[in-house]
Structure formats: structure tokens, C-alpha cells
Design a protein around this ligand. Structure first.
Ligand SMILES: [Mn+2]
Length: 529
């Protein structure tokens, strides 16, 4: 499951009263004291709205930094030890990205392909979200620097990126986005060239390079970087079908994972398994807290940050009837013994590949009858889906196999209560009232990977060795659904594994987490013992 936008909470009464009042800051200290009152971490990512010299401009900067007098600039320029100057070693990734660039160029002979990383995104005022490059850009370069742009050409590809902001210019202490006193040393042009084995040039040269491109022979992954969108106009205007073709080809090239990617996915899954174990172990503690779901979200998030880059999507911690909400990411409910917890979580590795795993389990390690009845059906459905995951099989084969199990079970239970014959039920797909989503999606750098691939090569295509997909049937009985027996209302179950299609069949990458109902009981009891 992927993340959804946060549902806004109610504004507290105090904040509502403040609306419309004239600005009357409590802080009446002098200019210099107010500067000191702004902690460095609050403004460290303010580069998007405050260029390096903003403090010197009339009207001041967004952060109210003090102006920098020339004498201070002169002082800051001297007295530093000579830099070490050692370049990083070439990364193993570099060989793989070179192959990927070669394959992409072969799809568009004689053309120039522009693939940007994207800019930082503002969270609020002068703070940004943590940066993550666009997946296509990262897949082709391995570079994680914001604002970077890859220009691919037969005669030689160039990666444009912001150079280091080191002691050689005042920006090292005035530029909040790149200055090394603000953000620490980062890889610039020569460091990135050495590590990623790419021809790299400073970002300042990009406008001139873009200006020289022929629109009819250039394609862009549009919608990633507004500056690139403006610099490379669609051809023929205003349609950007040629650009969409580039996105489509990239998505389709990414469908089959190479060995490097598979190793990274295995790392992401291994860290995810550890995060699940920690969440289960923390459940008794979470059960004592008003918002125990948040405690578990934090528990998993800590594992994700410790071992990887972050979570690959907003963790879904859905206890009790919250499990019937597909993307429950508010995670503000209690964790109660006797209820089920549906945990849908994935660690994104440092190499930006994410796992996507779901387990539904009894919070106190003991199934109640109605819970077990629903769980066993979803488990059987998932087993059928896993068995149908084979090279050459339709992408939809696991979905069909899983849904057949669920439709039969619902029919046996007389759900929905309205009597219809089997043919009519199948025709209407009535089980979908309770299953809600499809069983699989591709997985990789994106949790819903390769989304721009054509139907013929994804949804209506066939599975091939090297593809990684989720198998995740679910059954959800809403609390207010009068078509199901009362004892089942409020029960939601999903079981999701990450599965690699192999030459001989498939491999469940997340098999280390138990799925059988009795194994789950033992696992929970052992972790909470
Ligand atoms: Mn999923």
C-alpha cells in the first residue's frame, strides 16, 4: 500500500482565535537577539526560498539572518587546514547504471534524453521535506543530489549537479541548502564523477546545454523539475506524447530487476522483517498508551532509519476496525488485546529500494473464532496467489486465483445476505465489496513500481523471471456493513509478501515472517514472552 495524504486534524481553539489578529510577536528582542533565537536546524533547509545572498537584499531574508559584513567574509575565508582532497572510490553501482543508460539510449537512437532528479519540496514556510531523487533519475545514475539533471546522448552523457560549497567561497557559511557549514560536506562534481563513473559538470552550465538542444530530437521526463519542464518545451507543442513515451520505456525497462537491484530488495526486506518483530514485541507497551498505533509507527520508523533511508511509504498501523480502512495512516488509535493489528510497512534501503509487507495478527497472541475464520480464508487465497506466480503466467493469474478462493468462501458463508445464483454473483463480482483492491503490483524503487508501463507489458502482460511483485489479498468487513453477520463486522485482514519471479517458479522474499495462523500465534507469544 502506498501512502495517502494526512487527514487534517481540527485546529485547537487557541489557533482559531488567533486568525485575523494583527501580527504581534511576543519576542520584542533586538534584531541580533532574534537572529540568535532561530536555531540552525530550523532554517538549515531554507535554500528554496532564500538564495545565498538573501540576507544582504532589501527586505531581509525569510529567516531574518544577520547581514554578513565584508570583514566577516574575509575572516571566514582564512585559517582552515588544507583539504584532504581524496576522491571517493568508484561504486559497484556504477557498472549497472552504465548498462541501464546504454539500454535506454538504444530505445531512442540519435535523440537527447533529459532526466532530472527534481528539486527539494517545501514542507512549510522555509523547511523542506527530506530529499529523495526521482526513481528514474536514480536508476540511471545512482546520484542523490537535489536539482541534478542527467542529459543522455549517444556522443556522451553528462550529469549536471551543484558543486561542493567548500571553504573556497563564502557560500560555505551563507548558503543554507549547499553550504558545508549548514549541511555538511557533500559530493560535488569531481566526487560524483569518481564515485558514479559519469561525466559530471556544475549546474551553472546546464542552462546553456539545454538551450542548445533541438526540441524535435529531445525528450524529457516531464513533471519532475519545473525548471527542466520550462527549458525543454514539448515537441510538437502542446502535446508531450513523445515525453510520455520516454517515461513508458523507462518504466518497462525497470520491470525486470538486475542482480544488483535484487540484492538491494533483499536488504530492504530483511530490515523490514526486523522492524515487524520489534513492533510485535512492543505491542504490550503500546497497549498502555492512548495512541498506541503511533508508538508502533515510531518503532518501525526507527528501524527504517537505522538500517535504511526511511520507510518506503507511510506505515499503516491499523488495529481493530481501523484495519478495514485500506490506507489507515493516521495511526492515532489504541492497541487493544483481543483485537487484530494489520501492519503494512516497508523499509526503503539506503539504495532506495523498498519492501512492502503486510501481516495481520492477534495483538495478544490468541485468535478469536471470527477473526481466525476470516484470516484462514485470506491465507488460503494468498497461498493460491503465490502458487500462481510463475514465469509466463499472466500478471493477473495470482489475482484470479486468490479471488476465486475468497469468492467461494463468501458464497459458502452466504455473504452478501441477498441470495443470488453463482453465475449472477460472478458476473457482478460481488466479492469485490469486501476485497476492495487488486492482489498485486510491481515493487522496486517505487512501492507501486513501473506505474507508467503500458497495460500490455504490465497489467495485461505476463510475468517474467526477475520481476518482483506483491501478492496481497485482503478481506474487509466494514463496521456498518449490514450485508455481513454482526460477528464479522470490523474485521479486516490483509497478508502481503514480496515475491521474485524466478526461472523455475517464484521465491517469497519475505518468507521469514510467519503467515500460517498457528505459526503467527506462536511468533507473537514468543516475541512478547
Ligand atoms: Mn502493496
Amino acid at each position: 500500500m502506498s501512502q495517502q495524504t494526512q487527514v487534517p486534524g481540527d485546529a485547537p481553539p487557541q489557533a482559531q482565535e488567533a486568525v485575523g489578529l494583527p501580527l504581534a510577536p511576543e519576542d520584542t528582542a533586538g534584531e541580533s537577539e532574534r537572529v540568535a533565537a532561530v536555531p540552525p536546524d530550523a532554517v538549515a533547509q531554507a535554500g528554496a526560498v532564500a538564495p545565498p545572498d538573501a540576507a544582504a537584499q532589501p527586505g531581509g531574508s525569510a529567516s531574518h539572518d544577520a547581514p554578513v559584513p565584508p570583514s566577516l567574509t574575509a575572516l571566514m575565508a582564512v585559517g582552515w587546514a588544507a583539504p584532504e582532497g581524496r576522491l571517493p572510490d568508484r561504486e559497484a553501482l556504477a557498472g549497472w547504471t552504465a548498462l541501464r543508460r546504454r539500454r535506454l539510449l538504444d530505445c531512442f537512437p540519435g535523440e537527447t534524453l533529459v532526466v532530472p532528479a527534481g528539486p527539494m519540496k517545501v514542507r512549510a514556510n522555509d523547511t523542506d521535506y527530506p530529499f529523495r531523487p526521482s526513481s528514474d533519475f536514480f536508476w540511471l545514475t545512482g546520484c542523490t543530489e537535489p536539482d541534478s539533471v542527467l542529459v543522455l546522448e549517444e556522443r556522451g552523457s553528462v550529469l549536471y549537479l551543484a558543486d561542493r560549497s567548500d571553504r573556497s567561497s563564502p557560500a560555505f557559511f551563507t548558503d543554507r541548502r549547499y553550504g558545508e557549514l549548514w549541511v555538511g560536506a557533500r559530493r560535488g562534481v569531481s566526487e560524483t564523477a569518481a564515485a558514479l563513473d559519469l561525466d559530471c559538470r556544475p549546474l551553472e552550465e546546464l542552462p546553456r546545454a539545454m538551450g542548445g538542444l533541438s526540441p524535435a530530437r529531445t525528450r524529457l521526463t516531464r513533471g519532475v523539475d519545473p525548471r527542466a519542464d520550462a527549458a525543454v518545451l514539448p515537441w510538437p507543442a502542446p502535446d508531450s506524447a513523445r515525453d510520455r513515451e520516454l517515461g513508458t520505456l523507462l518504466a518497462e525497462l525497470r520491470l525486470v530487476k538486475d542482480d544488483f537491484e535484487l540484492a538491494r530488495l533483499r536488504e530492504a526486506v530483511a530490515a523490514t522483517v526486523r522492524g515487524f518483530e520489534e513492533c510485535v514485541a512492543e505491542m504490550p507497551r503500546a497497549a498502555r498508551l492512548e495512541r498506541g498505533e503511533r508508538w508502533l509507527e515510531g518503532t518501525f520508523g526507527r528501524r527504517a532509519r537505522l538500517e535504511g533511508n526511511d520507510v518506503g511509504y507511510g506505515s499503516i498501523i491499523a488495529c481493530g476496525s481501523h484495519a478495514t480502512t485500506l490506507h489507515w495512516v493516521r495511526n492515532d488509535g489504541p492497541v487493544r488485546a483481543g483485537e487484530l493489528a494489520l501492519l503494512d510497512m516497508g523499509v526503503e534501503s539506503d539504495a532506495l529500494y523498498t519492501a512492502d509487507v503486510t501481516r495481520t495478527l492477534p495483538i495478544d497472541g490468541r485468535w478469536r473464532d471470527a477473526q481466525r475464520k476470516v484470516y484462514d480464508v485470506v491465507h488460503r487465497a494468498q497461498q493460491a496467489g503465490l502458487a500462481a506466480t510463475q514465469p509466463g503466467a499472466d500478471f493477473l493469474a495470482p489475482h484470479r486465483a486468490a479471488m476465486a478462493v475468497i469468492a467461494d468462501a463468501l458464497s459458502d458463508w452466504g455473504i452478501p445476505a441477498t441470495p443470488t445464483d453463482r453465475a449472477a454473483r460472478d458476473e457482478a463480482g460481488v466479492h469485490r465489496r469486501y476485497t476492495l483492491h487488486s492482489t498485486s503490483h510491481m515493487l522496486g524503487l517505487d512501492v507501486h513500481d513501473c506505474a507508467q508501463a503500458r497495460d500490455q507489458s504490465y497489467r495485461d502482460g505476463q510475468l517474467a523471471a526477475g520481476m518482483v511483485l506483491t501478492i496481497e489479498p485482503g478481506l474487509y468487513f466494514q463496521v456498518d456493513d449490514l450485508t455481513v453477520p454482526e460477528e464479522l463486522r470490523g474485521i479486516g485482514v490483509r497478508i502481503e509478501d514480496d515475491v521474485l519471479v524466478t526461472h523455475g517458479g517464484s521465491e517469497n522474499l519475505s518468507e521469514a515472517l510467519p503467515r500460517d495462523a498457528e505459526d503467527l500465534e506462536r511468533w507473537v507469544q514468543q516475541l512478547q514472552g
